[in-house]
Design a protein. Structure first.
Length: 95
């Protein structure tokens, strides 16, 4: 029997919140991981959330301008969002 797996959402927390920033500074040879995740979220219609607390702790965004500082395809979330996704999933991958 072949099992089909589905990714229902991606949640970016702690230092992973740097990935979603439009202002991520890369050197010329670095892979633009922000753009790669943004394109994946948009093309695959994958809900990608980033923890507002992580954004604020790192100075990436504040309560007034958070969404506009994120790459396209990302949405502000909270740890409550993460717990909700986790409870609805059969498996969770953390990396």
């Amino acid at each position: 029997m072949i099992e089909r797996h589905q990714i229902n959402a991606a949640f970016f927390y702690a230092d992973a919140s740097w990935i979603v920033s439009k202002e991520l500074n890369l050197i010329k040879d670095d892979i633009n991981i922000s753009l790669a995740w943004s394109e994946l979220a948009i093309t695959q219609k994958l809900p990608c959330y980033v923890c507002i607390g992580s954004l604020q702790k790192r100075g990436i965004a504040d309560a007034n301008n958070s969404q506009e500082k994120l790459m396209p395809g990302f949405t502000i979330g909270s740890l409550v969002s993460f717990i909700t996704f986790k409870q609805k999933s059969q498996k969770n991958l953390i990396f």
